[in-house]
Write a protein of this length. Sequence first.
Length: 107
Amino acid sequence: MRGEEETLLVEGQVLSYSIRLCRICHEEEIEFGDGEGKEENSTSMESPCACSGSLKFAHRDCIQRWCDEKGNTICEICLQNFEPGYTIPKKFQLGDVAVTIRRQERM
Ligand SMILES: [Zn+2]
Ligand SMILES: [Zn+2]
């Protein structure tokens, strides 16, 4: 599993960094990986499903907004559930329950 990684040479020091591109709002963030054990959550982006490459990352807020609009938490590209902890808006959940009850009554 490789992201877009490049190596940058600054004053004799080799810095490796990776560019994360949000697939929803297309904002870029650069994360430096210098191996000094910095906090992993230096960006607000996640890779919430099995997509790879430039589709791998997105802001948590962007994914959640997308789930709100679609009414589910499944990625259309890899068909995996977004993880962890994305939620479906209440109106969609209530709709599902109502449909289930109606089906049971007819049977
Ligand atoms: Zn975004
Ligand atoms: Zn995906």
